[in-house]
Design a binder for this molecule. Sequence first.
Ligand SMILES: Nc1ncnc2c1ncn2[C@@H]1O[C@H](COP(=O)(O)OP(=O)(O)O)[C@@H](O)[C@H]1O
Ligand SMILES: [Mg+2]
Length: 332
Amino acid sequence: MHLLILSRNAQLYSTSRLVLAARSRGHEVTVADPLDFQIVISRGRPSMYLGDRPVPHADLVVPRIGASVTNYGLAVVRQFDMMGVPVLNTAVAIARSRDKLRAMQLLTKKNIDVPITVCAKTPDSVALALELVGGCPAIVKLQQGAQGIGTMIAETPQAVTSLLETLWAMGQDIILQEYIAESKGKDYRAIVVGGRVVAAMRRQARAGEFRSNLHRGGEGQRVKMDKRYTQAAIVAVREMGLEVAGVDMLESKNGPKILEINSSPGLEGVERTSGVDVAGKIIDHAERYVIARKNKKKRRVDPIIDAERRNSRLRPAPLAARANGVASVRRP
Ligand SMILES: Nc1ncnc2c1ncn2[C@@H]1O[C@H](COP(=O)(O)OP(=O)(O)O)[C@@H](O)[C@H]1O
Ligand SMILES: [Mg+2]
């Protein structure tokens, strides 16, 4: 098959690993920057150009949309979806997971545990919000932060107030969150592909830091996750509707607390730590996904219903129906 990977840079570890995994399985691969596409909106005929040429044929699009290009990147993914090209992580699923508040709302609806999270919008509400998350230290987060940037800890109520006021003045959307102290700078990163945990690592923040992100100097360790954690990760990803995802979870005294779900998880740390060929697992799933999509399409075309549909398209609609405007005659 022909795979189109949307990525800003083909040299990135994760992108190049996906290219290698796909080529070693005999697939053709193109890597394109989502910002190089021109989206053409036209009734009934959505299309796109890559540079000055019509977009090449692809059997599957694999989006690796970074936080800096979320809006346009998602528009490109949505356009592929509208053009009938299968995408491994739909635009709506990526958008759901990228907004931390929206993701938390969906998770708790399914009874998945998360740190208590409050969203407030006015300085008057800060005292109550802080009380609701259990006081200080408290976590202040940008709703769309990534790689640890945008996640802060506030040790005093004054710090919470000044952080919130500053960020509000900058037009940022913020959440206030309970600090899970017992996790002590550790968390789990689980990679879920096609509804299964294919690899996981424990991440430990460097000394003096509470964020365990590898981009912030955290260190990955090999780990075998408890079943409760595996299950929580799978349910969370299913709830987002993602085919490929990285789930961040804290280990609390009451079990797993989900922090966020990443739709373009980095592969470098988790492959090196776990020894698992995650890129290979993603491409294996991509193959199954494309076949399943084709079969689903075929199954949808019931021969009898299809013949009826074709007949009715050729026959003029009854007069009454035409007068009401409820039926139209379309000739192929
Ligand atoms: N409520 C919390 N309590 C304790 N540690 C947290 C909490 N929220 C985040 N962290 C730490 O900060 C890191 C980054 O937070 P996360 O919500 O995953 O945002 P990002 O998108 O920046 O990775 C987590 O991996 C975890 O180590
Ligand atoms: Mg994270």
